[in-house]
Design a protein around this ligand. Structure first.
Ligand code: NAP
Length: 260
């Protein structure tokens, strides 16, 4: 299926590894030009080189996406932003009793206010041109909060509520601009693996056993891949997905037990 987005420009945040990279690769395969970001310059350059092999233009902006100058440079790197994939590292797990105000402000800054600022910087241009796709990578914890991920539950729920209102504004939805949340369950990335490593270290249990047990909790019996996550994201960004907006779509191999 031709997704109908060849030649468009996308900003993909936090895209040197994992889910963000999966989205960038899938968009590049569709002929979408990219501005990508992450903090580590060398990893970002290596990913940019991989993407260029697919024949698209790729511009790199290294830095922490929660910094205003980094966001401004990322948007300025594109002639226009047709597609925006918001992503960042997730907040650390822990006990809410241990978190200070500064911990909350960091989580809100990175996982709520940063995507909101990027939406604000790009959405009116999308509406004027009659095409825009905004995908926010959040977490399955938006639908089924995880007790140890309170910072993530809170910040991502705030973003989700904000986006639900914007997506339904007639000047946005009526001009072929969509906003949706993509909610990953367990995907086989460095972040997931480091979580198992930490759990094994803290509990003294075998890491391989913990990984196997984690897979068994998922009806699909496996973790997702960044590649399949990216393919779904590319469809959401496609010309064919203009009637799909204001939704929060779980990709979790059936892990969420509810019907709705
Ligand atoms: P990952 O494999 O660790 O990759 C994270 C990417 O984000 C890297 O490219 C990293 O590069 C970049 N990054 C991190 N912090 C950044 C920052 N402040 N500014 C710019 N770039 C930044 O993680 P992932 O598994 O793809 O996770 C992506 C998001 O999905 C996270 O928010 C995570 O919480 C969420 N999520 C993931 C899963 C899962 O199963 N994987 C499940 C639920 C939610 P640098 O370190 O060089 O900056």
């Amino acid at each position: 299926m031709d997704l109908g987005i060849k030649g468009r420009w996308a900003v993909v945040c936090a895209a040197s590894k994992g889910l963000g990279k999966g989205c960038a690769l899938a968009l590049a395969r569709e002929g979408v030009n990219l501005a990508i970001n992450a903090r580590d310059v060398d990893t970002l350059a290596a990913t940019a080189a991989e993407l260029r092999l697919l024949g698209v233009e790729v511009r790199e902006v290294a830095g922490d996406i929660s910094q205003p100058d980094v966001r401004a440079a990322l948007v300025a790197a594109c002639p226009q932003v047709d597609i925006l994939v918001n992503n960042a590292g997730g907040p650390p797990p822990g006990d809410f009793r241990d978190w200070e105000r500064e911990d909350w402000l960091r989580a809100l800054e990175l996982n709520m206010l940063t995507p909101i600022e990027l939406i604000k910087a790009t959405i009116d241009g999308m509406a004027e041109r009659g095409f825009g796709r905004i995908v926010n990578i959040t977490s399955g914890s938006v639908k089924a909060p995880i007790a140890t991920l309170g910072l993530s539950n809170g910040a991502r729920s705030g973003l989700t509520g904000f986006v639900a209102g914007v997506a339904r504004q007639p000047q946005i939805a009526g001009n072929n601009v969509t906003l949706n949340g993509l909610l990953p369950g367990s995907f086989d990335t460095d972040r997931l693996r480091s979580g198992f490593h930490r759990a094994a270290t803290l509990s003294g249990r075998d890491e391989g056993e913990l990984v196997d047990a984690g897979k068994q909790e998922i009806p699909a019996g496996r973790f997702g891949s960044a590649e399949e996550f990216g393919a779904f994201c590319a469809f959401l960004c496609s010309a064919h997905a203009g009637y799909l907006t204001g939704q929060n779509l779980l990709l979790d191999g059936g892990a969420y037990p509810g019907t709705y």
